[in-house]
Write a protein that binds this ligand. Structure first.
Ligand SMILES: [Zn+2]
Ligand SMILES: [Zn+2]
Ligand SMILES: [Zn+2]
Length: 96
């Protein structure tokens, strides 16, 4: 009896997925709009995958994501999906 609702839920999920893929294919600095290719050494990301260029991170973001207050770290030249382990192993960073 839940067939109708199930279809609606499925449709909204797939719409979200395709939007996410579009964003991943177009990585630009959310501050200045500079294009940051996947292998760019100038790209930094926050824990929620916001992307900024290293210049903005250094010059006026203070290495903090303005959207989430999360620390901006250098983005490895790997797909975001492969970065789960470094993010979850954040306990190795010693608090001063
Ligand atoms: Zn920038
Ligand atoms: Zn963010
Ligand atoms: Zn900027």
């Amino acid at each position: 009896m839940s067939a109708g609702h199930g279809l609606i839920a499925l449709a909204s999920i797939s719409a979200k997925r395709s939007l996410h893929i579009m964003l991943e294919l177009k990585p630009t600095c959310e501050c200045c709009g500079e294009v940051l290719p996947p292998n760019s050494p100038k790209a930094v990301i926050c824990a929620y995958e916001c992307t900024f260029c290293l210049t903005c991170a250094r010059e006026h973001l203070n290495h903090i994501c303005p959207n989430h207050g999360s620390k901006l770290v250098e983005r490895p030249s790997l797909p975001v999906s492969a970065m789960v382990s470094p993010l979850s192993g954040a306990s190795s960073t010693s608090a001063v």
